[in-house]
Ligand binder design. Sequence first.
Ligand code: AMP
Ligand code: MG
Length: 329
Amino acid sequence: MRTRLIKVDKWNPEEKLLEEAAKIVKGGGLVAFPTETVYGLGANALDENAVLSIFRAKNRPVDNPLIVHVSRMEDVHQLAHLNEMALKFMERFWPGPVTLVLPAKGVVPKVTTGGLETVAVRMPNHPVALGLIDKAQVPIAAPSANRSGRPSPTDAEAVMEDMKNRVDVILDSGPTDVGVESTVLYVRNKEVVLLRHGGCPLEVLEEVAPVLVPTKDNSSAKHSPGTRYRHYAPSVPVVIIDEVGRWKEHPAYLNNISNVGFVGLSAPPVETKEEIRFDSVVHYGRGLFAALRAMERWSVGVILVELPSESGIGAAVRDRLIRAASEWE
Ligand code: AMP
Ligand code: MG
């Protein structure tokens, strides 16, 4: 297959272009498209074969379920059993970077849910994503449009880097706004459990209801299969700068002292060959994945990264950095 790159106006998506892409989705094909978080790799969520081709294109483990995207609140009813708590979160945060895991209805194929009885749903806050889903007239399953394990793509060039000739079309509306993926919540009537930090900070979610944050021992990995896998990692080793100085002993650093890349907020602790510094944690979130990919292109030998503090979007940035730096899972 030859991938076509189609530029689409973010605020005023051209109807004709959306229709063309929607036709591909309806026909069982793959369309990469922008959301407010990262670029997604979309297919008809109700078509088993189409969904399987997402897993193949990404080389994604088949037990890692996909998020199903809708363009209207009422479209969730065909996919999942809602409870009052879910309705509250939808009302407050949709469209937006909040994914809800709910009991699935029978129409959702098991490939979409990774064999689980639950389905993850969200309404993205992006005119192109909403327009595409609307025109396709089916819910769209879409993980991030990167090869499995790599940093998520936050612009069409990054999608092309990973997915060239693996998807039919890439809709290009420029860089995404949030830059990290959605927050994932498991929503029961009386209890809401955080499965993944993401674009909507905990502090903001808790304005609606308390959110349980699993600790290492009662880990969310049991609930959310995707969090088990190594993820978000560029081909260059990522080393976290810790306060006790263990990073200085890391072989990846020691072997590349004259070829260091740095990504963070403060001044780097050592001389660097390349550095990307953000002036706020929101910008860190927005630019994190592009920064990791840039370091890869610039052929640094190691990427030293600074963890931001845990408040706001910082929790999601920390999570992605820690997993990008982990060697195995
Ligand atoms: P991605 O689409 O790659 O950003 O990943 C989607 C995330 O949502 C992964 O961490 C999945 O494990 C999680 N997820 C999707 N569906 C479910 C589900 N039914 N139950 C729990 N977690 C889910
Ligand atoms: Mg992903």
